[in-house]
Every structure is written in structure tokens, then in C-alpha cells.
Design a binder for this molecule. Sequence first.
Ligand code: ZN
Length: 382
Amino acid sequence: MFSAMIEGGHLICLADGYKADELKRIRKEHVFYCPACRQQLDLKVGDIRLHHFAHKPDSVCPVPHEPESRYHLKGKQLLYEWFKKEGLSPVVEPYLKQIRQRPDLLVDGGERKIAVEFQCANLNNTEYRQRSAGFLSLGIDPFWIIGGNRLKRLSNGFFQLSGFHWQFSKGDVMPPRLVFFCPDQKAFLILEHLIPFLTNKTSASMRFLPLQQTKLYGLISLKSRSPLQFNGWKRNVLSFRTIPRRFLSKESKQIAALFYERFHIPLPLFPSEVFLPVSSGYIFVQPVYVWQGYLYLFFMKRPSFRLQSAVAYTNQLIRSNRLKLRWNKREKAADAVGEYVRLLHEKGFFIKEKDVYFPRWPAPAEQRLEELLKRDARYFSE
Ligand SMILES: [Zn+2]
């Protein structure tokens, strides 16, 4: 931590920039206390890590705080300076007694205060929700910034995103986006156009915003400006078809069994139509071919259908837990189904008369990979 109390309740904040000599002198003259638990703290004057305070090894502080890595301290320091430059009077690690929480920074956002949490360590969903609710109960808006160390890039414009990441997008900003900060690159990294392929593999566009050229208002309110990329998606479908998988989730096994029973095709040879990148598809937790697979089976079972009945069927899948939503937003699931059906229509898979859709293409027979790849190209080329 950067903040500690000295005699008389005065606070000393290392983010204000002290020289090592100065701190060594102060260390001899004062005793430092944690503002939350009032236990004595050690002042660590370091070369590798930034100067910081630490609890004694055996002390237990009731305020949960992550282990302070160099990365976390450096990020907190840079964000503090940035908010200060923005004229937002940041306070480092203020102890909010009523809720027993200590955000990394508290910023004066004008009408409302903003608690900034720079989250570099793991955080489970219960803790996340409790901490967010705590701030809100005081009329403070939480602003979670994820440590750039938690950003895992895969090839072809894909990212490894888990429940840890998704929780920060909360579902109240649609479409969701994730804000990372990397103190080493001194930049914000914004992920947008999030379209999951597998449970932990999501296609996204990344924007790089250097700290010095970014304003808080722009960071919070910005609209997605990066273009949606499809090339990576096509290559990703190709590797899905050609690289054998050792592990399959329960949901994948279920849909694979249904397709095998119905069409005699294994998972890698699923039709192109169940791999479509649909912009509201993030609402489903399961892989893209699971939710689209169920709908595909629905389409192929009947000579024609209306969009409402596809949406009603999806709701039925959600109720019976075969499909899981990331946030409790049925209307978003309906959007995803609508986008999916319209895209299939656009690509010539359906004929539409008034508001009735007729599948035009026959059920998939056992196909050669080559033919499938041609069909993929038809769907996934820009
Ligand atoms: Zn403490």
C-alpha cells in the first residue's frame, strides 16, 4: 500500500513521490499504522519495487487487499498521477469505514465519486459483487480496471477470457467491453466486439490507448470504433476442424451426440452454419456451435418457422438449463437469435416469405473437409 497513518491521524501517501533518503529519515522519526486495522506497518524503501507500506507478516487486516506486486503498485502510481493531471483529485487507498473497504483510488467525478479498483490478482464473483455493492451503497460508482497482466492473447485475434474477465463487464453496458491497464506499456487496452467461440476463447478487437493521450471521460463513454475482423474467425474455424481436441465440455458432448444421431457427423465436421460470429452471441456462456447447434436442429426439423417460434424455443432451452446466459437478459438472447436468423437469410440459407423462413439447403450429409472449407469461406469471408 501507499498510504499509512502517523501520529495524530495524519496520512502519509507515498504516491506523492518521496526520495529514498527522505523516506529513510522519516522511517526513523515515525511509526506507521494501517488506517483500517490500526496495526503497525513496515515502510519498505526499495529499488526494484516502488516504496510501499506492508503489514507485519503475522498481522491480519480485515480489509481484503491483493498481494502488492510491483505491477500493481506501479499501475496504482501511474493511475494516481493520471487522475491528478485530469484534475479529479484522486485519493490513494482511502479507508471507507462504513463498508470496511479501501479502493485503490477514490476520484472526484463531479456529481458522483468513483472508486477505482486496479485488479491484477484473481477475484471471485462473490467478492466482486460485494465490493461493488459496498461502493454503490455509499453513492460511489465502482470503476474496475483489469491488470494488463491478466490479458491473455491467443492467435488470430482471439483472447482467453474466463469468468474472471466477464464479471467486470457486468452486463449493464451493451455491447460489453473490458478495460485493461498496463503500467509497463503505460496504456489502456480496450477489448470490444467480444464474440465467444469457445467458453474461454473469445474473438475481440483490441484498442491501444496511451495514458498520456487519454481522458477519463473518453475512456468511460467511448463508443466502439475498432472494426470487426472476420479473417481470424475463419482461420479459427479451420483449426477447430483440423486440430483434434482432447477435452470436450459436457455441453459440447451433448450437442455432438445430437448431431451424430441426426446427421451422422462428428463435431469437427459440423456445418458452417453453426459457427457464425453474431454480435450479441456473447450472451450465451456455451460455445457458439452449442447455441447455434440447437437452433440449427430446430430449423432442420420443420419445413418453415417464424422468428418468434425460434425465440420461444431458445427460451425453453434456457429454462431447461441446456443454454446458460451470461447475464439474466432474455431480450439479449432474443437479439442474438434474430441476428443469427437474419445472417443465415442474408447468406442464402433461408428463403423468406413475409415473416416465414424456409430452410433452402438440405440437411448436411457426411461431407468431405474440402467442401466444408469452401462453405466456410462463403460465410466467413469479409
Ligand atoms: Zn490493516
